[in-house]
Design a protein around this ligand. Sequence first.
Ligand SMILES: [Mn+2]
Length: 353
Amino acid sequence: MNRLRAFLHESQFEAILVSHLPNIRYLCGFSGSAGLLLVDPAAATLFTDSRYALQSRQEVEGARTRICARGLIRAAGESLRTSRGRRRVGFSSSCVTVAQRQALESAAGSRVRWVSDQGVVEKLRAVKDASEVATMRQAAALISRVLEATIPSIRPGVSELEVAAKIEFEIKHGGGSGPSFETIVASGARSAWAHARPTAKRLGKNELVVLDQGAILRGYCSDMTRTVFIGRAPRKIRHLYEAVSEAQAAAKSAIRPGARAGDIDRAARRVLTGKGFGRYFTHSTGHGLGLEVHESPRIGRREDTELRPDMVLTVEPGVYLEGLGGIRIEDDVLVTTGGAEDITTSPRNLIEL
Ligand SMILES: [Mn+2]
């Protein structure tokens, strides 16, 4: 909140209306599903509804709470009405719909000028504090244990959905509040779909299986992918796996404070391109991780965000060949003063089952 107020001052905003729920949680601790947080230099007000009267009393710090009976946008907007002068108020242009913007304008009146907040809270969130880093280490350790507990259930005849159910059971059994995204279990030719949903398809012998899973622990996400082979992997699969593994190692060793996000992506891409597999690497190398499973910074080709200590990123190159299948290896990495540290710990070699 203090860092946000410094931004208000520098950017000459009189207030900022925070509407993205993870940003609200980050700033004042509120984890409910309906809220708007108005922050000005002197005070902060959380607008929520009666379902959250008790919860907000327990969770909210650094803001007062207003329980609204007739709509949060209306209450927040009306609180900004002013009879003289103009007020410059920041809002999140990437999270507010056209209809919400119109409702805000009509509640706040024509003297309020709505200006994009430039994603300021997302930028603040990219660098984690010590307690966030500690929680993220635990979320990463949890998903590593979940995979270990799941490996024995990965065998021919078991469906992708059954494996996904086992993963999600283990997440909650291990103390996580749930998966941080829809668990991916994709086998055989389906593993070439980078973002496949698990289906009733049964795992078969001599198939690749991509397992991409994440846990939420006390609000913070982990995200880890491993690829296994059911049977003894043929030479071509081993060769592809080694290439992805080398690309991942190259990306990790490019991570250091001051490096640009695009440098990390290019390090991974260079390895795969050098081996002739560049065109099968169809997504970016990774993304920031925290209260959301995808957050700032993106680790893509054209991203120039400078990496800083205590950012947490995924590093997840992959190759996807139609008919043959896909291979992806993903870890969560903490940017340190000297480079990068893996916080997901499952073995990275090709597991043959
Ligand atoms: Mn990921």
